[in-house]
Design a protein around this ligand. Structure first.
Ligand code: URA
Length: 426
């Protein structure tokens, strides 16, 4: 692939034109190899953000990102494979109970996950709260665990879509994360390269999500569903609400504890509802539409798979979670109903307490985070605890308190009930 100049490719997109297949293949490959410079790719990413891409351009860009690395072969796994991807939210621990649940129902779940950045948490950070648990697996360990247990959650190896790894870091610092063609190709290139047979997308909408409007979320979902189909991966998407955090726990260790409660048959109603809704979609996409995931949650089979999955990666499922040394309980000052708990502001509060990181290399705190005592719609009396902030260092509390105070509003009347699952796209 030669004969192109980066500046010509940039000019085409800057002027609202359509990139040719050859230009796309060349620019993605040349950027991965360091031939196209970061400043050139930044300009192209900004032109894509401003002028968009056609369906065929997005499909070709995604294929070029997949071709930048290896594609895993899961054909040795006897069960149907199906994965889930969430576009990211606050208190979104659904992957933790969902992966073993779907495996307990007969499918195999190859879940390559990431770490949190900014106000959204990362699945690997949460699981690393479990003493001994290891995120890095070789491709052979990954496939063997999928064959033996049917459930793996681990870090994506460096061989998978390296073009995306480089481009995502660049987008993060150039204000170009929010381009729908770039988000769709980034997510789908990794999921297609991972080798899953089917995929269910949880596209978040609301203050705590990338997509603030249902229209944008629908466009992202449709783009990804089409990309999956074009690469032979049966893909469906649910648009789900992320204006309120999921569950009561926002933080690493406390989200693991809440997930284990769900696996034990309890846990917050919204976490159980979304786990079951996504499990049904995954089982349907995997060709197992008649299996009821509610039974596997109630009778302990999902918990058994969770314990095996954690042990297989060196973790101790019975180890207690460390407690925070600093706990600040915030109480209601009036009677009424909780009208809103804003997901973005609560995500920022948890992040300021140490649950999240500002730079990729920062460590995260295991016990830090926010525990909600009340959720939207709950009645409150003056003096009732609304939420508590947990940290390892007292100096982190004041800035988090300011964010959390902005997040919660108490009003005379309860808010109108809003559905958690907003729409289905297939
Ligand atoms: N998650 C990804 O993997 N890529 C994006 O571009 C956005 C969210």
């Amino acid at each position: 692939m030669s004969g192109f100049a980066a500046v010509d490719v940039i000019r085409v997109k800057r002027d609202g034109g359509v990139l040719s297949d050859g230009q796309i293949d060349w620019v993605v490959d040349a950027y991965t190899r360091g031939v196209v410079a970061d400043e050139q790719m930044s300009a192209l990413a900004m032109a894509i953000l401003l002028n968009g891409m056609t369906g065929p351009e997005i499909a070709r860009w995604t294929a070029a990102m997949i071709a930048s690395g290896e594609r895993l072969d899961l054909s040795s796994v006897a069960r149907p494979t199906v994965d889930k991807h969430s576009t990211g939210g606050v208190g979104d621990k659904i992957t933790l109970p969902l992966t073993p649940l779907v495996a307990a129902c007969g499918a195999a779940v190859p879940q390559l996950s990431g770490r949190g950045l900014g106000h959204t948490g990362g699945t690997l950070d949460k699981l690393e709260s479990i003493p001994g648990w290891r995120a890095a697996l070789s491709n052979e360990e990954f496939t063997a665990q999928l064959r033996d247990i049917g459930a793996v959650i681990c870090a994506a190896g460096s061989g998978l879509a390296p073009a995306d790894r480089k481009l995502y870091a660049l987008r993060d610092v150039t204000g170009t994360v929010e381009a729908i063609p770039l988000i769709a190709s980034s997510i789908m290139s990794k999921k297609i390269a991972e080798g899953t047979g089917a995929l269910v997308l949880d596209v978040k909408v609301g203050s705590g999500a990338f997509m603030k409007s249902v229209d944008d979320a629908r466009e992202l979902a449709r783009t990804m569903v089409e990309l999956g189909g074009a690469h032979g991966v049966k893909t469906v998407a649910l648009l789900t609400d992320m204006s309120t955090p999921l569950g009561r726990a926002i933080g690493n260790g406390i989200e693991v504890t809440e997930s284990v409660e769900v696996l034990a048959g309890g846990g917050p109603a919204d976490v159980v509802e979304l786990t079951l809704a996504l499990a049904r979609e995954m089982l349907d996409a995997a060709g197992l539409p008649d299996v009821d995931p509610g039974t596997a949650l109630r009778d302990g089979r999902a918990m058994d798979v969770w314990r095996s999955m954690i042990r297989a990666q060196g973790g101790d499922p019975d180890a207690p979670m460390p407690e925070a040394t600093e706990v600040e309980v915030v109480r209601a000052d009036t009677d009424g109903h909780v009208a809103a708990v804003d997901a973005y502001a609560m995500g920022v509060a948890a992040w300021r307490l140490g649950a999240g990181r500002a730079r990729k290399e920062d460590p995260v705190s295991v016990p830090a985070g926010v525990v909600l005592h009340k959720r939207p719609g709950d009645p409150v009396r003056a003096g009732d605890p609304l939420y508590e902030l947990r940290a390892e260092r007292s100096e982190l509390i004041p800035a988090a308190l300011a964010e959390a105070a902005r997040a919660v509003t108490v009003a005379a009347r309860p808010p109108a009930a809003a559905p958690l699952v907003i729409e289905r796209v297939e």
